[in-house]
Design a binder for this molecule. Structure first.
Ligand code: FES
Ligand SMILES: [Fe+2]
Length: 309
């Protein structure tokens, strides 16, 4: 699927991959199986047994190994086949290997490396939430469009008085002037009349927006395919430190946000083509500068990967 090469994508939450059994998800355009090793380390592979193509996600974990439901072949976390029950004394063919996808856990998410280069060891880029706590109340929703369409929407001030005319956009001025700043993978978009309200993206798929001086809305847009995305919405706050109060703030935010998102969910999945690219002929205007900056950044990252960078 269309993706930004050589980046970490927030793809799932850690609690979506339990201990003790494999699970199946579609992400980055592929059916995947995820499971945890006895140490708790999460592993990910294409959800297709190299023997005869059965889905490993409906298999089980046996003695710490992923066992195929069809003929019981077993695989370790590196993707190597460790047992073929039908031929216990025969050598294992070297091609009997899983197609492993690099994954890491951080900030409560499972991250997938988009390749084609090798996954780096360094810290995964994330917003600086120093002093803030994740209120522990999350909301997730699947939309039928490419994730970059939803990122566009979250960098767009001009839609507020139209899409959200009776909620967050009530009385919002229709005339828009935007400033844009890009530093590495970090994009910021704001209006000069209200510079504190910055819409921020860390490419490829993280977004946040302040709701006042002590609260952030955060969304990770996990790419399922060119035609589907899962939004993971969270609240980060530094209003209170007492955990039950923090949870209450998260809960209020969690209950109000879906109303606003449901308004976006009417228009954004209607956009064609689903995968936005700069050359698709859309007629941008000045208020789209944040959107254009995001797509230029995607385009440059693709070119850098093609050039081997
Ligand atoms: S298809 Fe998986 S073991 Fe045969
Ligand atoms: Fe919106």
């Amino acid at each position: 699927m269309d993706r930004v090469p050589n980046r970490w994508y927030a793809a799932l939450t850690c609690d979506e991959v339990p201990h003790g059994r494999p699970v199946g998800f579609e992400r980055l355009g592929e059916p995947l199986v995820l499971w945890r090793e006895p140490s708790g380390a999460v592993r990910c592979a294409v959800d297709r047994c190299p023997h005869r193509g059965a889905a490993l996600s409906i298999g089980r974990l046996t003695d710490g190994a992923l066992a195929c439901p069809y003929h019981g072949f077993r695989f370790d976390g590196s993707g190597a086949c460790t047992a073929i029950p039908a031929h216990p004394r025969a050598p294992i063919p070297s091609r009997m290997r899983l197609d492993i996808r690099p994954v890491r856990e951080a900030h409560g998410f499972i991250w997938m490396w988009s390749g084609p280069g090798p996954a780096p060891d360094g810290a995964i880029p994330f917003f600086d939430f120093a002093g803030y706590t994740f209120a522990g109340s999350a909301f997730q929703e699947r939309w039928d469009t490419h994730y970059a369409r939803v990122v566009e929407n979250e960098l767009d001030f001009a839609h507020l008085p139209f899409v959200h005319h009776n909620t967050i956009g009530r009385g919002y001025p229709t005339e828009v002037e935007v400033e844009v700043e890009l530093a590495g993978d970090h994009l910021q978009v704001w209006q000069p009349r209200d510079p504190a309200v910055r819409l921020e993206v860390i490419g490829p798929n993280l977004w946040r927006m302040p709701l006042g001086p002590k609260l952030f809305n955060f969304i990770a847009f996990a790419p399922v395919s060119d035609e589907a995305v899962v939004l993971y919405l969270r609240t980060y706050q530094r209003i209170v430190t007492w955990r039950p109060a923090a949870r209450l703030i998260g809960l209020v935010n969690r209950l109000t946000n879906p109303v606003v998102l449901a308004q976006d969910a009417r228009t954004v999945p209607s956009q064609r083509p689903r995968v936005p690219i700069l050359t698709s002929g859309e007629v941008y205007v000045a208020s789209d500068q944040g959107v254009v900056a995001f797509h230029r950044w995607r385009q440059q990252a693709k070119r850098a990967a093609e050039a081997g960078g």
